[in-house]
Design a protein around this ligand. Sequence first.
Ligand code: ADP
Ligand code: ZN
Length: 757
Amino acid sequence: MSQHTPQQQLFEKSPVWEEDDQHSAVVASVVLAGRVDRPLDYVVPEKLAGQVEPGKRLRVPLGRRNQPTVGYCVAVATRDLPGTGLKSVLSVEDERPLLSPTMLELTSWMSERWMCRHGEVLEAVLPAGVREAAGRRQQPHLMPAPQAPASDEARPRLTPSQVKVLTAATEPLTASELADRSGASRAVITRMLNRGLLVEVEAPSAPTAKAADDTPPPLSNAQAAALAPICEAMREGRHETVVLFGVTGSGKTEVYLQAVEETLRYGKQAIVLVPEISLTPQTCSRFRRRFGRVAVLHSHLTPAERHREWRAIAAGEVGVVVGARSAVFAPTPRLGLLVIDEEHETSFKQGTAPRYHARDVAEWRCRRESIPLVLGSATPALETFQKCLTGEWRMAELPERVGGTHLPGVLTVDLRDGPPRRAGGLSSRLEAGIRWALNAEGQVILLLNRRGFATHVQCHACGHSVTCPQCDLSLTLHQPGSRGICHGCGRVIKVRPTCSECGTTGLSIRGSGTQRLEDNVARTFPEARVARMDADTMRRRGSHEATLDAFRRGDIDILVGTQMIAKGLDFPSVMLVGVVYADAALHLPDFRAAERTCQLITQVAGRSGRGPKGGRVVVQTATPDHPAIRAAAVHDYNAFVRHELPIREALGYPPFGQVVRFVVRSRSETAAREWAEHLAGRLRQQITSGETNSTGVRVLGPAPAPIERLRDAWRWHLQIQGPDGGLLRELVRRAIDGLRVPDSVAWIVDVDPVEML
Ligand code: ADP
Ligand code: ZN
């Protein structure tokens, strides 16, 4: 395509001394979402001259058939056009730019940093609601008409779809939102509107600010020492990254709160990132109580709500933004502080393209704005820890819990001494611990990081195990109904009581999951009220909050769950935390398996003994001497770091090197393998070509991925690693430049992967 323009040219202006500007024109560079890698250039016709601006979307003709297509304007320049046949911009889609020049620059840096298309990044930065609402006239919001029949019995004349729509319309929603939520078609909704079953209402307005009703407590010495460098950087208008390394309950959140307060005093805005909003309702409500109006960006917002918050933030009306990963893109015009709580959580890395990490994006923004970045965790990522050891970042430690409560004692139960008496995984020590807590009217949290009833169903005669027909994974048994569910693709298959291979009746089940644990606990402690929190029980909007509220009120005695229950919850009545099988993630083929295990156990253990009655932790493991488990058992994360860092260094893994991972997928096993081999060959060629100094760079693989088959596709992977990420990206770019990918394979490039399966 003749329109491809090297990025550099975008910024060239026509020389000012040019006498004859006959051929100069205003040219807009346009990035198209998803399709073309590089920006395309279009002439701005005179009638649109005043309207075209970077950050707005433009409608442009694309391809030989001049298909009108919407793209993002990333640059505008006056240029000499020596007779090229550039096409013209057709129209301007937005009244105001959706992205500031800084945010545009950020997106361009991101596409380079994570080797993804600029268009993909732009789409990730702008939430769907913003993209839709900014272009078009706002769609009216709908609600059931007051006279619409209310109860199921009174709906004899309604079709099932109409009932679904009325049930879904619990708040003002646009027609498309309502269609999404109810599963009904737009035509159904239009008919209901015409029949008067739905009416148009005012768009929901911004929630009114609740008055702040929380006064900050005086800080402890350790807290004050942690807050000081943050405030100092703010005062001096310089960037600094401060890592709050503090055990759970040491008062990190209080330091964030006071740092945010300081930011507001300067008339600036603060962004606070949390791993997942629904799992951290307490953190959000603490910010609300302290500051009144807080924009909380969570995944359950409707596009319209999201757009409203976005506009309020961009207008500078909101001082505090709390949200998950993508809130790092909040369009704050006066950013003064960015905080990442539980910064070690893998949810800060996006699992689909663009595969960015919010921590790196946050650092870019803070450096750019010359403002402090605060990262908090009881178990900082090793990447973060190492940056503190080298002095690039500053670490502030909060070694003790606030208020003098002690960290709970941890008892390790060696599963090799005899398997738990009951199926479902409770050893007698754990059972005794639960009884101790219940007798003292305390609450119990039991962590088992495997959902479902059992992870393996196997024939005890021939050993055949029940697997997903399209994935290389055992089916997890879910009850009731003996459903085998593939946790790779979600396929549900009825598990029959006879073996499909040899016909023997009676299958054995192994690897208890949370569902079986819950059953067992309920049977062992019939007087206790038991609830379960995992991806299966938490599907509905609001179910997290409901369960956590019930737990807080004391309506639940024992909460069973996956890693969901390990996050920032602060319940003073929890007296016992049980880790039912600590080794669950220890032996995964991932160089971070030990780090994750240590983090998870440390985090969940920290939920115990926050109140005056104290608490205990019981950890069941078959590898009690593993450094990750030993360190967690004595609350000494430092010990784990000291053990783990030299191993990473010897292997050249992060934080001592960077990794770029490739996953190749194909329906054909041969095609997947061959393409992976081809890629590996090209990468090795680059390393040995001598064109770059590739000391310490190596290619690992290709090999079948740990999950070798997923959704009927064969998966092969390989990785290139080395001390310098910039060099790795350069080698990758050279290796894949001009590569023609066969139709039969798909592949992804993941820079700094956190997921290795
Ligand atoms: P973390 O975020 O490290 O888990 P928090 O900030 O949630 O710790 O503090 C733990 C508990 O101690 C909370 O209930 C909090 O309100 C309280 N707290 C924190 N700092 C102080 C302080 N300086 N004085 C009194 N109470 C405090
Ligand atoms: Zn499957």
